[in-house]
Design a protein around this ligand. Sequence first.
Ligand code: NAP
Length: 311
Amino acid sequence: MRNVIIIGSGPAGLTAAIYTARANLKPLLIAGLERGGQVTLTNDLENFPGFPEGLGGFEMYQLFEKQAQKFGAEILYDVVTRVDLEGEVKKVYTADQEFEAKSVIIATGSTPKRLGVPGEKEFIGRGVSYCATCDGFFFTGKNVAVIGGGNSALDEGLFLTRFAKKVTIIHRRDRLRADAILQERAMQNEKIEFIWDSIVDEIVGKDGVESLKLKNVKTGQITDHPIDGVFVFIGHKPNVELFENSIDLAPDRTIQTDRRTRTNIEGVFACGDVQDSIYRQAVTAAGSGCQSAIETEKYVAELEGKAYPGK
Ligand code: NAP
C-alpha cells in the first residue's frame, strides 16, 4: 500500500511529487502519455520565476523530474487506464499493473483543442501556439492570427496586441461567442482585425509558419493569408475521462475542488489545469500541486492517527 499516487507529470504533478517526497511519503507518480504536459509545447518559458534567461518547456520538465527523483519520488512512465477511488483504499490501474494507495493526487492537466488541419502539428513551437502568455513575445512586430471567437480568443488576442504588429482574429461564424466587454475592447483595438465565417484549411510554411489557407464557410472560397504565427484558442479539454463517473465536475468540466484542492472523494485531491480553467499557467499549476501535496500529507497523517505539525 502506497501513501500517495500522483497521476500526471506536468508542473502540478511534479511539484506534488517534490513536496510529498520531501515529506517522506515516497510518492509514485505515473507520468502519462504526454510526459511533462502542456509546458513542453513551449519553446521558451520566460515567465516562470527564477529563470531570468528563460527555459525550454521540455528542459523545465526534466528539471522538475530530477528534483522529484532527488527526494525519492518514484516515476513510472506508463499510462493510467482505470481508477477505483471511492473506498479508503484507492486503486489505480495501468494496462498491466494494479496499485493501491491511501490517497491520490489528480494532475492530468488539460489539452488545448486542436484544429486538426494539415500543418498544425508540424509547426507546433515553430509558429503554431496554444499559449499567448508563453509565446506572444516571440512575435514582437509580426503579424499573427488568432483562431476562435470565445473569451480565450479575445482575451489572448488582446494580450497579443502588446507585441504583434497586427492580430487577425479568424472566426468560423459572423458573431463572436465572447463576453460583450471583450468584444467591445477587441473591436476598439486598432491592431485587431477580424475575418468572419472562415475556418483554417491548412497552415503552410517551410521552417516556420508562412501563410494560412482559409476557407469561407458560406462561399466555399479558399484564400491565402500570409502570417507569421497562429494562435489557436478553440477551447480546452480538461483530461477527466478517467474520473467522470466518480468525481464531481464543474460545469466547464474541470474537476470541482474546494480551496484546499479536495475533491468530493476523501483522500483524492486535484491540482493544475484539470481543476483550473482560469489561470492555466505553469506557476499556478505548480502552486496548486504544492497545495495538494500538503493536503495529502495532512490526510495521510490523520489516517494513521498522527498529528500533522502545524495543523
Ligand atoms: P469556448 O468558449 O468554448 O470558445 C471556443 C471558440 O472556438 C468558439 O468561438 C468556437 O466557435 C470556436 N471553435 C471551436 N471549435 C472550433 C474549430 N474546430 N474551428 C474553429 N473554431 C472553433 O472556449 P474558450 O474561449 O477557451 O473559453 C473556455 C471557458 O473559459 C469559457 O467558459 C470562457 O468563458 C472561460 N474564459 C473566460 C475568460 C474571461 O472571462 N476573461 C477568458 C478565457 C476563458 P463557436 O462560437 O462557433 O462555437
